[in-house]
Design a protein around this ligand. Structure first.
Ligand SMILES: [Zn+2]
Length: 178
């Protein structure tokens, strides 16, 4: 998010949640809030504030971060994960592309690739490569959803196992640093 986007968000919060404590000017508040929100996607943060505004009287920066995380998890849980185009026999490229796809879907982008076939032939190379990634990822704890080694990644709050992605992107990276 840019400083201007944070300023717009702070104005929105001040308007929909009058009970949220804001400094004398929204300009000061935007300056104070920006370091807490700068790494978030502006569209995600906006959606988070709208969702929070429907059920709360008070919105803090940490609430926005939690809500953005939930929004991104829900997208990953909802959308079928397309297979990378890269050759599964080239695990580095395949993994890099898979990470890019997971990140894009979490951001709400449409990934224009053939979706995963509902009934892939058994032992298809792509399937095998994806399964290898999952097996390796399961050896380490997930820094994102805190799943313990040996336990699959879950969607926080919903608590259901991640079905489409083999594991969260940060866990794939932790299991196999680039
Ligand atoms: Zn995880």
């Amino acid at each position: 998010m840019t400083t201007a986007e944070t300023a717009r968000l702070v104005t929105l919060i001040a308007s929909i949640c009058p009970s949220t404590h804001m400094e004398e000017t929204t300009e000061t508040t935007a300056k104070n809030w920006h370091p807490l929100l700068a790494d978030l996607d502006a569209a995600d943060a906006h959606e988070a504030v709208i969702r929070l505004g429907r059920r709360r009287h008070h919105i803090a920066a940490v609430d926005i971060r939690d809500e953005v995380r939930a929004i991104r998890e829900e997208r990953l849980a909802r959308d079928p994960l397309p297979l990378p185009d890269a050759d599964p026999d080239d695990p580095r490229r395949y993994r890099a592309e898979l990470l890019a796809i997971v990140t894009a879907i979490a951001s709400g982008q449409r990934v224009e690739r053939a979706p995963t076939s509902p009934a892939p032939p058994p032992h298809a190379p792509a399937d095998r490569s994806r399964n290898d990634l999952r097996v390796r990822a399961l050896r380490v704890p997930c820094p994102w959803c805190k799943a313990a080694p040996g336990h699959p990644c879950t969607v926080p709050r919903l608590g259901i196992p991640l079905k489409n992605a083999p594991a969260h992107a940060s866990r794939l990276t932790a299991a196999d640093p680039p």
